[in-house]
Design a protein around this ligand. Sequence first.
Ligand code: PXP
Length: 240
Amino acid sequence: MAILGVNIDHVATVREARKTNEPDPVWAAALAELGGADGITIHLREDRRHIKERDLRILKESVAVPINLELACADDVLRIACETLPHQATLVPERREEVTTEGGLDVAGSRGKIGDAIRRLKDAGIFVSLFLDPDPKQLDAGIELGANAIELHTGPYAHATLRHHAQQTAATLLTLQHAGQKVRSAGIALDAGHGLTYRNVKPIAAIEGMRELNIGHSIIARAIMVGLEQAVRDMKRLIS
Ligand code: PXP
């Protein structure tokens, strides 16, 4: 059964809407743990638009489950990761004007920079994952560079399910299943995330060898209605 990493960036987004001190992502992490989260995921963006260094520091001290830090291949965040030592770091592409991460990393097109980042994180003892589109060229490059895990970008699948587009849903799911096979046969961990919801998560959780799903927006959206512990419990039940 896949495990669940709960992304709590959106809690910090609400806090930053007022530039105040609530809601605190540290509280959210505790409640997510109580609901059964297997990991806590946060993205320390270069513009610090939601999660701040303070959050990472306190979460590292207070959270009992592993922390997965998403970050770009940029010197300052790599340095912070190597100093804070989260259990896992996931390298993601980042553009300032984007609303959320759009597309996977272009590992095939920037092997040097990404290879250096992987080495730096691994040398610090951090488990390194790459957020990639389910594109064989990108997967091969990521595998060659020695990532410990690959997180498949489920965005296009999620988008197809939202639009109730059956053909596109089936096609994007098949692409993810093939990509999953490739990652598994390379002997590295298989993760997935982006745009997953209570309605579309089951086929992704059922991909053979799926280790971890990283889910944020849908869980926090439900938490506004039912509370975070309950929202995490509901998602865990669907994944299993
Ligand atoms: N995985 C990665 C690499 C992401 O960047 C994000 C968004 O922060 C997620 C998973 C979670 O996506 P969502 O909030 O759509 O569940």
